[in-house]
Ligand binder design. Structure first.
Ligand SMILES: *[C@@H]1O[C@H](CO)[C@@H](O)[C@H](O)[C@H]1NC(C)=O
Ligand SMILES: *[C@@H]1O[C@H](CO)[C@@H](O)[C@H](O)[C@H]1NC(C)=O
Ligand SMILES: *[C@@H]1O[C@H](CO)[C@@H](O)[C@H](O)[C@H]1NC(C)=O
Ligand SMILES: *[C@@H]1O[C@H](CO)[C@@H](O)[C@H](O)[C@H]1NC(C)=O
Ligand SMILES: *[C@@H]1O[C@H](CO)[C@@H](O)[C@H](O)[C@H]1NC(C)=O
Ligand SMILES: *[C@@H]1O[C@H](CO)[C@@H](O)[C@H](O)[C@H]1NC(C)=O
Ligand SMILES: *[C@@H]1O[C@H](CO)[C@@H](O)[C@H](O)[C@H]1NC(C)=O
Ligand SMILES: *[C@@H]1O[C@H](CO)[C@@H](O)[C@H](O)[C@H]1NC(C)=O
Ligand SMILES: *[C@@H]1O[C@H](CO)[C@@H](O)[C@H](O)[C@H]1NC(C)=O
Length: 260
């Protein structure tokens, strides 16, 4: 992987034309993460509140190494990373973390009858001793156990407008150090209609300590993420994506219906 072929939801993406080889991704402040969730109306449409205490990043590598081509052509994230993780509510040196990615806008944002679809769910992440290769001030999260639901890439249906995809990071309750998420009543094979408040209650999760998101326009092919462009103060930036709906191949054995 070449350093600058990596793309990140909340780190590397810059406005087309302003990103040049040699640019370095910058941190996003906690207050910008919080504000961007409101700008995207994830709060209140998907979450009643989002009060992050940790900067959380998910990095993707583009399919062709071109940093102007955003995440939709990429496969699974190449890494997750955090800044100031010790500031996280309930976080100790022994903490493990749960991460999931959801698509709330299924089949469309205007008629989200299958809110939410679960694209990814995994626990047992720990803080590694390595820093991110994308954002050098961030520390990578690492995992040593299989995901509960392996990553399945977005495939929004043509004609359904802009879709949001949201990652959330949680402090993992200690019981999950030895049991799986399937033991608390979650139907792990049912990825549709994932109810966050029911799941949080089942699992005993507190509020998310961090999160990030992207948007994809199923019609124009444009995708956005939280920007780290230092000339902007928060808000998603946009880039055009060639081959609008030639989206990522579904990874692994799990195949969801298209249009999610
Ligand atoms: C991390 O904490 C340091 C020290 O408090 C602060 O200067 C920095 O802005 C924080 N970074 C983020 C991304 O919140
Ligand atoms: C710590 O978390 C609080 C929210 O609980 C946030 O307002 C603050 O910016 C965070 N500080 C750092 C240094 O990340
Ligand atoms: C790695 O990340 C830590 C925590 O943010 C930071 O203190 C350190 O300076 C980083 N190391 C490098 C080489 O950037
Ligand atoms: C770590 O997580 C990734 C992404 O879910 C997964 O593909 C990989 O198999 C996991 N590692 C182990 C050792 O299970
Ligand atoms: C965490 O790892 C332990 C030990 O391998 C395993 O028993 C448990 O099911 C895992 N929990 C989650 C949430 O993945
Ligand atoms: C779990 O979800 C799958 C897929 O939707 C479904 O076929 C199955 O009946 C569900 N199991 C239970 C116990 O509800
Ligand atoms: C999730 O479940 C709660 C409690 O049953 C319900 O009030 C809420 O509307 C559900 N959320 C969604 C998005 O269906
Ligand atoms: C922190 O722990 C307390 C007590 O277990 C719990 O009520 C709260 O929801 C947790 N907060 C987070 C963010 O995990
Ligand atoms: C797609 O992105 C390009 C480049 O940023 C922009 O010029 C164009 O207006 C966007 N199109 C839509 C439909 O948002």
């Amino acid at each position: 992987m070449k350093f600058y072929s990596a793309l990140s939801i909340a780190t590397v993406l810059q406005l087309v034309g302003t990103f040049v080889h040699g640019d370095v991704a910058e941190s996003v402040s906690i207050s910008d993460f919080e504000a961007d969730f409101v700008t995207a109306q994830i709060v209140p449409e998907v979450l009643t509140a989002f009060n992050p205490s940790v900067a959380f990043y998910a990095a993707y590598e583009s399919a062709d190494g071109d940093e102007a081509v955003l995440m939709p052509e990429a496969g699974a994230p190449i890494e997750f990373s955090v800044e100031n993780i010790s500031n996280g509510t309930n976080v100790t040196d022994a903490s493990k973390f749960i991460i999931y990615m959801i698509g709330p806008d299924v089949p469309s944002r205007s008629t989200p009858t299958s809110r939410n679809v679960r694209h990814y769910l995994a626990g047992n992440f720990t803080v590694s001793s390595s820093n991110s290769s994308v954002l050098t001030s961030a520390t990578k999260l690492e995992n040593s156990t299989v995901a509960t639901n392996e990553y399945v890439a977005p495939t929004p249906q043509s004609g359904t407008g802009v879709h949001r995809y949201v990652y959330l990071l949680y402090a993992q309750p200690s019981k999950f150090d030895s049991i799986g998420l399937e033991n608390v009543g979650l139907n792990v094979s049912d990825r549709m209609n994932f109810n966050l408040s029911i799941f949080r209650t089942q699992a005993g999760l507190g509020p998310a300590i961090g999160g990030t998101y992207i948007t994809m326009d199923a019609d124009s092919g444009n995708a956005t993420s939280i920007s780290t462009d230092s000339t902007k103060s928060g808000g998603a930036s946009s880039t055009s994506v060639s081959g609008a709906l030639a989206l990522a191949p579904v990874l692994g054995a799990v195949v969801l219906a298209s249009g999610l």
